[in-house]
Ligand binder design. Structure first.
Ligand SMILES: *Cc1c(COP(=O)(O)O)cnc(C)c1O
Length: 228
């Protein structure tokens, strides 16, 4: 199992570095977030032994159990799933990043609940970039106002935007919503924010995401294999 993870992670890092080069991105400007939802602790430990430090989880209770079990490894945990108000305290106490903030109320709770002895909690706003009905995320038209409000909260550091575009196979079509997310971020920076993070790109669209400026690609299947 250990060898599989070393090989898969190396080939994924090679894909990321090749896409950086092809699309004129600085080498090392794209980071790999290993999405470990539903994966057992042993698989995470094996990937950590292969050198991976940043892990993404979607479900608070599952994540807290894993974080406790792997506490000695010094891993960096990113919350990337839908976040309910009754789970914000645990997330504020245990995670380094939340990529999936889609309401000001959730950010306010995280701000109040972030322990002051920890560094600020890194935040991305999740945007429903394709305006899909019943999908999580802020409507693009709401993002500017929420971003200004979140940026003003203590104990948080607003880093950027996150999206999960509707899946499409064609490279040019994949790029379009990712470009819109980048442009939205650029407009926020023109309005005075200093955002440096675009969390976009999964196993099937990571090259398109890197072409459009991704700084974190969130990869599950291509690292761990299909989820059971
Ligand atoms: C599951 C998940 C991923 C990883 O998806 P893969 O297609 O397995 O790479 C990335 N981001 C989020 C928010 C997810 O829920």
């Amino acid at each position: 199992m250990r060898i599989d993870f070393v090989v898969r992670r190396q080939s994924l890092l090679a894909r990321i570095r090749a896409a950086e080069q092809r699309h004129h991105r600085p080498s090392g400007s794209v980071q790999l977030l290993a999405v470990s939802k539903t994966q057992p602790v042993a698989a995470i430990a094996a990937l950590a032994a292969a050198g991976q430090t940043a892990f993404g989880e979607n479900y608070a209770q599952e994540a807290l159990d894993k974080i406790a079990a792997l506490a000695t490894l010094g891993l960096e945990w990113h919350f990337i799933g839908p976040l309910q108000a009754n789970k914000t305290r645990a997330v504020a106490e245990r995670f380094a990043w939340v990529h999936s903030v889609d309401r000001l109320k959730i950010a306010e709770r995280l701000s109040v609940q972030r322990p002051i002895e920890l560094p600020p909690l890194n935040i991305c706003l999740q945007v429903n970039i394709d305006r899909e009905p019943a999908k999580h995320g802020l409507d693009p038209s709401e993002v500017a106002a929420v971003a200004q409000a979140v940026a003003a909260l203590p104990n948080l550091r607003l880093r950027g935007l996150m999206a999960i575009p509707a899946p499409v196979a064609d490279f040019a079509a994949q790029r379009r919503p990712l470009a819109r997310l980048r442009e939205l971020q650029e407009s926020l920076n023109s309005a005075g924010l200093a955002l440096d993070t675009l969390s976009m790109g999964m196993s099937d669209d990571l090259e398109a995401a890197i072409a459009e400026g991704a700084t974190w690609v969130r990869i599950g299947t291509a690292l761990f294999g299909p989820r059971g």
